[in-house]
Design a protein around this ligand. Structure first.
Ligand code: USQ
Length: 413
């Protein structure tokens, strides 16, 4: 099937690293439905880490074996899944050699900022898994599939929030950017925009960015580095085909992102946990839109040696705005939601400018948003007000309130 920007996905071999995750599974379904030959690995670490925390996905999910069967039954697609750790380089390289992927999506990372700040072991595990995993992968691509395009999931949090108000350019400075210093002007065009990460997890993503950037330079690999905003929601056309195809949805302090957490809190009548002033601004995007963006990047690969960056967000919102909208939509479902402002457990700016440039996906790849914040939140309320989901939220109520402080101090907030 031709996409509307003219590229062929039908028959394209795509390897998804981290296929069991929140993003990996919906992407597998979407690509398979579009006619790609979809291959994937996962070490099942996310399930274990969430379980270790005493938390669980609020939407029940099947084992990988059953998911693959359900995809075949309900969507009529074949997905090749292998349980494998990215760190097991012998197995990984053999699989890359066997599959000869044309596109490789790197989602096999530990994605939690608070987890990475909780203690030394968790910080080191995050860096080890994410940074060393990506570095090893790059050698595997160089040696066994050098023409494959690499879609690397980075994060908007790599940039931080520059207090000067300088725009967050898409990875590289535009050609007309200049630095004035001691009366002289210097062009910055094409240089990587500065990074100022906001947790050790975000540091791991910055290191990934540098590894990929260098690999494209040294070995003529090709990559899009995706500066991903905070993702929320649980919907896509393929996920909706049957409940056994659902993707995970976490809501505890470590594994849930803010919008997903707020909806769950509202469902059980817990006041929404706004950290600090609530004026922190971030870029957000729904799961469905994020999957569309990644698909478009796969369909239009970079040239050999090309390293490019896209900022993948649709809306910039403050935490306070999010809480107010969640409370408003909760009222449509008969919920009376309070918001609470609690001491911010993180070290982050709470009053800051935030001008995100996010033009490339629209202008160069044909992305058009298919979902809105309010509709997605409405859909989440519908899903999370089902009795099974309510029971699963209640069962982890004690894991919803934040306890992990960036300062390392232990104690009540
Ligand atoms: N926040 C609250 N209350 C909460 C939870 C979060 O006020 O109960 C605030 C945080 O202080 C932060 C904002 O909401 O300012 C977003 O927090 P988050 O936990 O939703 O997102 P974050 O830690 O930034 O990480 C998430 C994903 C990560 C991804 C990142 C994109 O977990 O994998 O890389 O979003 S970004 O934030 O753009 O870097």
């Amino acid at each position: 099937k031709k996409t509307d920007n003219g590229y062929l996905l039908d028959g394209m071999r795509v390897l998804i690293l981290g296929m069991d995750g929140y993003l990996g599974w919906p992407l597998a379904l979407k690509l398979a439905k579009l006619g790609c030959k979809v291959y994937g690995i996962d070490n099942m670490l996310r399930r274990k880490l969430v379980d270790d925390r005493g938390a669980q996905s609020v939407i029940p999910i099947e084992t990988m074996e059953d998911r693959v069967k359900a995809a075949n039954e309900h969507l009529d697609v074949e997905i090749d899944f292998r349980e494998m750790d990215l760190m097991d380089r012998d197995s990984l390289f053999a699989y890359i050699k066997e599959v000869q992927p044309e596109s490789i999506v790197q989602f096999a990372e530990i994605p939690s900022a608070p987890y990475s700040m909780a203690d030394v072991d968790k910080a080191c595990d995050t860096i080890q898994n994410n940074v060393v995993g990506t570095l090893g992968l790059l050698f595997g691509v160089r040696d066994h599939a050098p023409d494959a395009s690499i879609i690397k999931l980075g994060t908007m949090g790599e940039y931080g929030s520059p207090l000067t108000g300088r725009p967050l350019f898409e990875g590289l400075f535009p050609g007309d950017a200049v630095l004035q210093y001691k009366g002289e002007e210097w062009s910055l065009g094409g240089e990587l925009t500065p990074r100022d990460p906001v947790s050790f997890y975000h540091v791991s993503k910055v290191q990934g960015t540098f590894s990929v950037y260098e690999a494209c330079k040294y070995w003529w690999l090709r990559s899009y580095d995706v500066m991903q905003g905070v993702i929320y929601g649980n919907q896509s056309d393929e996920l909706a085909a049957h409940p056994s195809l659902s993707t995970r949805l976490d809501i505890d302090e470590w594994w849930g992102t803010v919008v997903n957490r707020f909806v769950a809190q509202a469902v059980i009548g817990m006041p929404l946990t706004i950290y600090g002033s609530g004026n922190q601004l971030r870029g957000y995007i729904t799961l469905k839109d994020a999957m569309q963006c990644i698909t478009r990047l796969i369909a239009a690969p970079p040239e050999p040696g090309q390293y490019d960056v896209v900022n993948q967000v649709t809306d910039v919102m403050s935490v306070k705005q999010i809480a107010q909208t969640v409370a408003k939509i909760g009222a449509e479902f008969g919920l009376d939601t309070e918001v609470q402002r609690i001491e911010n457990p993180r070290v982050e700016a709470e009053e800051h400018p935030y001008e995100v440039i996010h033009d490339k996906l629209k202008d160069n790849f044909g992305f058009a948003s298919e979902s809105t914040f309010e509709d997605e939140v409405r859909g989440m309320f519908q899903a999370l007000m089902q009795p099974e989901a309510v029971a699963r939220i209640n069962a982890q109520e004690s894991k919803l309130f934040p306890t992990t402080k960036w300062s390392g101090e232990v104690g009540e907030l």
